[in-house]
Design a protein around this ligand. Structure first.
Ligand code: NAG
Ligand code: NAG
Ligand code: NAG
Length: 212
């Protein structure tokens, strides 16, 4: 659970890309993410933390069952917008990557959104936290982390354009799997796009938000 210190050049890049991408969001207080599983005692009750998978690329690893003592690696935030007094039905899960500013030498952070890394050869998508435009829209159903789905293509009829109403179904296809991310092999949170996981190490889990 080391925090990562970047070189001045990378730090400057991070700071400028964060500035370019800055969008206004409301942000919750930090919270922890707990993995629960009624069927697998090993993963049940573990906390997720952000672990290194490349330069400014992290994934969500399974940690221990002890409540995290530090918000640095295990504190997550929910970024959402509010329009006309209504919170949007989905938002971003973010984590703050600590680095040392190349300009000031002071500690700084850059906010990384959760994204999924789809694998053309598997239905198991690994979780990524990385700078850039790509992110996956998430929401909380009560305290459960879900991905809202607008479209169920299993109901499609050839040549008949489906009515997309904007109504969403909260999907919870979270799994704890041994995954290859970057050049690292981790027991990490993953998303199974459909059906039974192609990867035999995957255990079905729920991801629950717990106040930090
Ligand atoms: C999340 O919201 C905070 C507060 O508005 C903002 O500083 C940060 O850049 C946002 N993160 C992302 C990934 O958009
Ligand atoms: C943040 O929340 C306030 C209060 O609900 C709202 O007025 C404001 O527009 C929100 N900001 C964004 C970027 O959604
Ligand atoms: C979409 O809605 C229209 C009007 O309500 C209806 O006639 C049509 O059959 C619907 N299409 C599908 C695919 O459900």
């Amino acid at each position: 659970m080391k925090s990562t210190i970047f070189s001045g050049v990378l730090a400057t890049l991070l700071a400028s890309s964060a500035a370019v991408l800055a969008q206004d969001y409301n942000q919750t207080d930090p919270f922890f993410l707990k993995v629960t599983s009624p069927t697998n005692a090993d993963v049940d009750g573990t906390f997720l933390y952000s672990c290194h998978a490349g330069a400014a690329i992290q994934t969500l690893c399974l940690g221990t069952k002890d409540t995290p003592t530090s918000l640095v690696s295990a504190g997550f935030f929910y970024n959402y917008t509010v329009y006309d007094g209504q919170a949007a039905s989905s938002g971003l899960l973010v984590w703050n990557l600590p680095y040392t500013s190349g300009e000031t030498g002071e500690p700084a952070t850059v906010s990384l959104p959760l994204n999924l890394n789809y694998n053309p050869g598997s239905n198991v998508a690994s979780t990524l936290l990385q700078p850039g435009y790509d992110s996956v829209s998430v929401a909380f159903a009560g305290s459960n982390l879900v991905i809202p789905s607008y479209i169920d293509d299993s109901t499609f009829v050839a040549g008949q354009r489906p009515n997309i109403t904007g109504a969403t179904t909260p999907l919870t296809q979270w799994y704890a799997c041994w995954v290859y991310v970057g050049s690292y092999y981790y027991n990490a949170l993953a998303w199974v796009t459909n059906g039974a996981p192609h990867n035999p190490t995957c255990q079905a889990v729920s991801v629950v938000r717990v106040d930090a």
